[in-house]
Design a protein around this ligand. Structure first.
Ligand SMILES: [Zn+2]
Length: 267
């Protein structure tokens, strides 16, 4: 990718300002501020264009503002997902630069590359790129039912969702799907089908989303991860993730398949 260089702001640079620190983004009034660098007192600060959003330059500044430093999660509700993705890019790049000041091999101070998103060690010539962690998320259907689980971390809000997990070293994505489902529920699946992907910047996942069908086994949950898992008829679903999440998309896709199953089996 061709990137633009970091530069010290003169004041007249225009665009959207993604100001990020420690995984948070500056969102005054819940929005990405737009205007000139001088409008916000950013003259003299180091900034980097990280792309374009709504026809204007998206600027990244790594800085903690006194107020309105928030999680970017609410941006998911925006009907245009490109804002969430740009915000994810800003937050992750900012944290990547912050955590790669020194070379892991030789300990020398590094600099930010001016040609790609990476950090360079001028002593041993090592390059470091932002970490992106592949992970899977999968909706499993059995006839007109969908497998939904309540995760330990969602117990309080009583939220049910599909299964997910990180890819391990030396694994294909398909192997990850099969392994994660078996580890968490002890069931076997078949007809694994790729659907879509979603960058998930909490902190740096790339979720690959799949649909699959039940093959065999009884649900036995892994208590370390899950509180409960069960088959739910598609018309009797519990509380599920909000629109905009890939989990919701998979559940909606599965509901369609459940309905089709019923239509074929009513005759
Ligand atoms: Zn080095």
């Amino acid at each position: 990718m061709n990137i633009e260089k970091q530069r010290y702001l003169q004041g007249d640079e225009k665009g959207y300002w993604f100001v990020s620190y420690q995984g948070k983004l500056w969102l005054p009034d819940g929005e990405i501020p737009a205007g000139t660098a001088a409008d916000f007192g950013f003259s003299g600060l180091l900034a980097q264009p990280i792309g374009e959003w709504q026809g204007q330059t998206a600027w990244l500044i790594s800085k903690e503002m006194a107020k309105s430093m928030n999680s970017i999660r609410p941006l998911l509700r925006n009907t245009d997902p490109s804002l969430f993705y740009m915000a994810g890019r800003a937050v992750q790049l900012s944290e990547f630069y912050r955590s790669h000041k020194y070379c892991g091999y030789c300990g020398h101070e590094m600099s930010i590359s001016q040609v790609e998103w990476c950090c360079l060690c001028h002593h041993c010539h090592q390059r470091y790129y932002p970490q992106i962690s592949p992970s899977i998320i999968v909706a499993i259907r059995h006839q007109n039912k969908i497998l939904l689980a309540k995760h330990q971390r969602h117990n309080r809000e009583n939220l049910y969702t599909v299964l997910a997990g990180f890819t391990e070293i030396g694994e294909t994505m398909e192997m990850t799907v099969v392994r994660e489902v078996f580890e968490e529920t002890q069931i076997k699946i078949k007809n694994i089908r790729y659907v879509t992907s979603q960058p998930w910047p909490f902190p740096n996942s790339m979720m690959m989303a799949y649909l699959a069908e039940y093959e065999s086994g009884e649900i036995t949950i892994d208590n370390n991860e899950l509180v409960q898992a069960d088959w739910f008829h598609y018309t009797e679903l519990p509380k599920i993730p909000e629109y905009g999440t890939v989990a919701r998309r998979l559940i909606e896709d599965t509901i369609v398949l459940c309905r089709e199953y019923d239509e074929h089996h009513q005759a």
